[in-house]
Each structure stands twice: as structure tokens, then as C-alpha cells.
Design a protein around this ligand. Structure first.
Ligand code: KIV
Ligand code: ZN
Length: 523
């Protein structure tokens, strides 16, 4: 197994540890299949993150497989798997990354008394032994070992000094102090880092890391407070997805360090121009639109509505803009291509937009682009991004939408849909009436697919302006306790709705692995 050595000096660089594929994926409706995880991991590589937490190998065969595939695919960043302190977890995590160019493992156990008593039923001595044992075992096989004191922000600081001292002696190279419950306040969270770094022998030999949840909306502020007190790694997710209110948002924390470098004096190595494509890709994959007011990547993040602001920005951008949209990779949304553009120009534009053209069926995407040019007067960068992600979604499908005809309600008839789909390559047609044309189309699709999951959410968004805009539909469906999202984009909103449902059904079908054992103690 190849080994990696962590940098052991404090510097002005803050490592970005992305856990979108692990902590992010754990949140309801954010599940991804292996292909989607690989597509996202490739984008994380383009972003130039330092570490990718690819999953939790021991939690299910599906997770193990995802970590293994991501570890093979992403050659630049360190790729690691989460692991409890159990022997089977450590061994499974080590095995899952053994083909990685830069493998790592992330071992955690809770250190707060509340977790010890009610969740683990272990004493402080038991936890100390388990942590030291697991790190020692992993260290026999690889060098890059992160250790986390889960629920650090509610743990006794002196007890954590004991645990961290022991795991560093056993070979941990990164110590992570998570605010697991999003309970911390910046000032106190920063003080905890200062306290630990002052008292733990060998503190200067390891990287100190912050992992914050956003329950009080303070995840970014807490992470920055940790950095101001010596942390040199931030754990975060794209769009801030994650358990409950989410994790520290990568785009926010990275742009805060970049924009306020004057004050912070530190920065990340993230290629910020890849932030917007990454945010969009994730949103498309999990079928969850980014809220319009989301800092950095929301639709309104750079929109100036008030006349006085518009006037100021027109006179001099910096009157109201503290960042440049182009630094985040936000498309300029000018007319970029038209019906006379060739395949070459189309491919070049995709590359400019940060799309990995090797992972796209260019012939199909180009044909779709031409069809869109016939329908739409203006094709924007955002349209192209939506079209390509739509294209990527369709490549690994069991169910495929072939054709659809709908008719709206009249005085004589209910809304009606006739849908044709390919199911594992075989064409099938069904008809249905409904409460509206989307409802009719969905009923016909359920007939063909032979399943009818509960539709928990359905949302429509216009990607660009105008009545001919590409519409993006996202939905959330639930069956047998499993919730998956689907997304679809098309200039016809009923077709976009059907594509979203078909996408969700494919993802339900793809989730063939169930967790082997209950993972209730997963943070
Ligand atoms: O929130 C948390 O404590 C975690 C740890 C596993 C790092 O996700
Ligand atoms: Zn977490």
C-alpha cells in the first residue's frame, strides 16, 4: 500500500477536507450512486481540494465500493474512508483505499461524557484504549491517519488532551475537533483549539482540523475561529449539505479566507473558478436546488435589485461587490453559442465551464444542444451546464423516457398522458388520467415502472429567464424507507418533470445495497 506523509509544519495554507461524499451524502435526499460520486470526486479534484472523504467503507457494501472507486479515480487529493474504532471498520477502511495514490483513514470516537454514557456505554478509559488501539492498528498499514474526538465541543478539554496525546503517540497525523451538534460559539470554539494546541505534547507535529455543523448558523464562523487559533484544515461540504442544518459550506469558508486575506492571512489552494460548476453539479445530482439567497453560489448572490445599489455598481463595481462573480466561475450568461456554432466550439465552451468532456457523450450532448438552439432564442451558459448534466444523468439508466404526449383538461376530458419508456432496453407504453398533466404523466410512468414510491417533494425552477427558458425540476421520492432525489431539465416543463421522476426511479433501482448493520452511532 502506498503511503503519504502529512505536512508537519503550520503554514499560511489551510487544507480543505471535503466531506460532501460522506457527511453530505448522509443527509436525507442527498444519496448518490457510485457513478455520481465519481463525477463529483473528479470535480473536487478540479477544485484542487486537499482531502476527499469518500465515504464510510464499513457501513455497507455499496459504501465500500464507492470509496474504492473514488480512491482509484481521484489521483491528486488524499482519499480516505471514515472508520469507527472497531477492528472490522479499520480493516474495511484500509482495504477500501488500498488502490489510492494517496490513501488515508479517518478514525473517530466520541469523547463527550453525554455520548460515552448514553450512546457508547463506555468509560473514559475504554474510549482512550479504543482510540489508541485503532490508530495503532491503522498505522501498521498507512501513514496518513486523521483522528476525530466526536462531539469535541461538548467534551471535557483536559480529557481530550489525554486522548489526543495518546493517539498522536500512536501515529495520528491530523487531529480533528468537531462541533458535531453545531453547539459552539466562535470565541469558545477558537479557545478550545488554542487550549489543546498549548497542552498536547507533539501538537506542532500534527495538523489541527475543524469540522463544524451549522445548527446555529455558525459553522463557517466557528471554522474561521479555529483557523485563527491554529487549525490548518477545515472540513466542509459543497453547498453546505450535511446532517440536519448541514456542514460548514466550502464555498463560503474558502471565499471568506480569500476575500478577507487582509485579516485572516491564510488561504486555501482551492481553484475558486471551479466553485460554481461544482455547486451546480452537486445540485443537479442530488436534485436539490441551491436557495437563491445562498452566499457565493445562490442566484441572487450577485444580483443587485435596489436602484441605489445598481447605480453604484454601474459606476464602480466595488461599491457593492466584495467578490468578482468570475472568480467563482459564475457564467457571464451572455449569448455564447448559437445554432451555427460547431461541435468544436461547443466542446471548447464545455471545457471553459469546467466540464470534464471525457465523461460526457459529446455527440448526444451536441445533438441536444442543436435541438435546444432550435427551440430557444438565446442559449446561456447555464442552459448548457443543465443540458450536459442532464445528459450525464441518462447514461447509466435502467428506465429511459422515449416519448410523451399530454393533453390538458377540457370540459369533456381530464388531463391525459401517454408515455413511452424503455425498461432495460424494452419499449413500453402506458396511458393515464390525472389531476393535471404532470400528475397524469407520473401515473403513466408508475404503471410502466411497476413501482409507485411516495412523492415527497416536487419543485420547478426556471434556469434562465424568458418563457422559453430551460426548466429544472427536482423531486424527492421515498420507497421502503429509502429517500432519493431526481432532477430533470428541459424547455418543456412536463418533460422536465417526467425526466426528474425517471431519474429518481433509476436512482432507487441503483440503490441495491442496504446497510449491513445498523449505523445509528454514525455521526
Ligand atoms: O460531526 C462529526 O462529529 C463527524 C465526525 C465523524 C468527524 O462527522
Ligand atoms: Zn459531521
Amino acid at each position: 500500500m502506498a503511503t503519504t506523509t502529512a505536512a508537519h509544519t503550520e503554514s499560511d495554507w489551510v487544507r480543505i477536507f471535503d466531506t460532501t461524499l460522506r457527511d453530505g451524502e448522509q443527509s436525507p435526499g442527498c444519496t448518490m450512486n457510485v457513478e455520481e460520486k465519481i463525477a463529483l470526486a473528479r470535480q473536487l479534484e478540479r477544485l484542487n481540494v486537499d482531502v476527499i472523504e469518500a465515504g464510510f467503507a464499513a457501513s455497507s457494501p455499496g459504501d465500500f465500493e464507492s470509496v474504492r472507486r473514488v480512491a482509484e479515480a481521484a489521483r491528486g487529493p488524499i482519499v480516505l474512508s471514515l472508520s469507527r474504532t472497531r477492528e472490522e471498520d479499520v480493516d474495511s477502511a484500509l482495504k477500501s483505499v488500498d488502490k489510492s495514490a494517496r490513501p488515508g483513514i479517518h478514525i473517530f470516537i466520541a469523547t463527550s461524557d453525554i455520548h460515552l454514557k448514553y450512546k457508547l456505554n463506555m468509560t473514559r478509559e475504554d474510549v482512550l484504549d479504543a482510540a489508541t488501539w485503532a490508530v495503532t492498528r491503522a498505522k501498521k498499514h498507512l501513514d496518513y491517519i486523521e483522528f476525530s474526538c466526536e462531539d469535541a465541543s461538548r467534551s471535557d478539554w483536559d480529557y481530550m488532551v489525554t486522548v489526543c496525546t495518546s493517539v498522536i503517540a500512536a501515529g495520528a497525523t491530523t487531529i480533528n475537533l468537531p462541533d458535531t451538534t453545531g453547539h459552539a460559539i466562535p470565541e469558545e470554539f477558537g479557545r478550545m483549539f488554542a487550549y489543546m494546541r498549548e497542552r498536547v505534547p507533539g501538537a506542532d507535529k500534527v495538523i489541527w482540523s475543524a469540522h463544524c455543523h451549522n445548527d446555529l448558523g455558525l459553522a463557517v464562523a466557528n471554522s474561521l475561529a479555529a483557523v485563527r487559533n491554529g487549525a490548518r484544515q477545515i472540513e466542509c461540504t459543497l453547498n453546505g449539505i450535511g446532517e440536519r442544518a448541514g456542514n460548514c459550506s466550502m464555498e463560503e469558508v474558502v471565499m471568506a479566507m480569500k476575500t478577507r486575506h487582509d485579516l485572516m492571512g491564510v488561504q486555501s489552494r482551492v481553484n475558486t473558478r471551479q466553485i460554481y460548476p461544482a455547486s451546480r453539479l452537486l445540485s443537479q445530482i442530488i436534485g436539490q436546488p441551491v436557495p437563491a439567497n445562498k452566499p457565493i453560489v445562490g442566484d441572487n448572490a450577485f444580483a443587485h435589485e435596489a436602484g441605489i445599489h445598481q447605480d453604484g455598481v454601474l459606476k464602480y463595481k466595488l461599491t457593492y461587490e466584495i467578490m468578482k462573480p468570475e472568480d467563482i466561475g459564475i457564467p457571464s450568461n451572455k449569448l455564447v453559442l448559437g445554432k451555427h456554432s460547431g461541435r468544436h466550439a461547443f466542446t471548447a465552451r464545455l471545457k471553459d465551464l469546467g466540464i470534464d468532456t471525457d465523461s460526457v457523450d459529446i455527440n448526444r450532448a451536441f445533438a441536444e444542444f442543436k435541438a435546444l438552439c432550435d427551440k430557444k432564442k438565446i442559449v446561456y451558459d447555464d442552459d448548457i451546464l443543465a443540458l450536459v448534466t442532464e445528459e450525464a444523468r441518462r447514461t447509466v439508466d435502467h428506465f429511459e423516457l422515449v416519448d410523451m404526449r399530454v393533453s390538458s383538461a377540457s370540459s369533456k376530458a381530464m388531463p391525459h398522458a401517454e408515455v413511452t419508456m424503455r425498461v432495460a432496453g424494452v419499449e413500453k407504453t402506458a396511458e393515464a388520467d390525472g389531476d393535471g398533466i404532470v400528475d397524469a404523466a407520473y401515473k403513466a410512468i408508475y404503471k410502466i415502472a411497476g413501482i409507485q414510491p411516495a412523492l415527497e417533494r416536487y419543485a420547478v425552477k426556471a434556469i434562465t429567464g424568458g418563457t422559453d427558458a430551460l426548466g429544472e425540476v427536482s423531486c424527492l421520492v421515498r420507497e421502503n424507507g429509502m429517500t432519493v432525489a431526481g432532477a430533470g431539465a428541459h424547455s418543456d416543463i412536463v418533460t422536465a418533470s417526467a425526466l426528474a421522476l425517471v431519474n429518481a426511479l433509476n436512482r432507487l433501482k441503483g440503490r441495491k445495497y442496504q446497510p449491513l448493520k445498523p449505523t445509528t452511532d454514525v455521526p
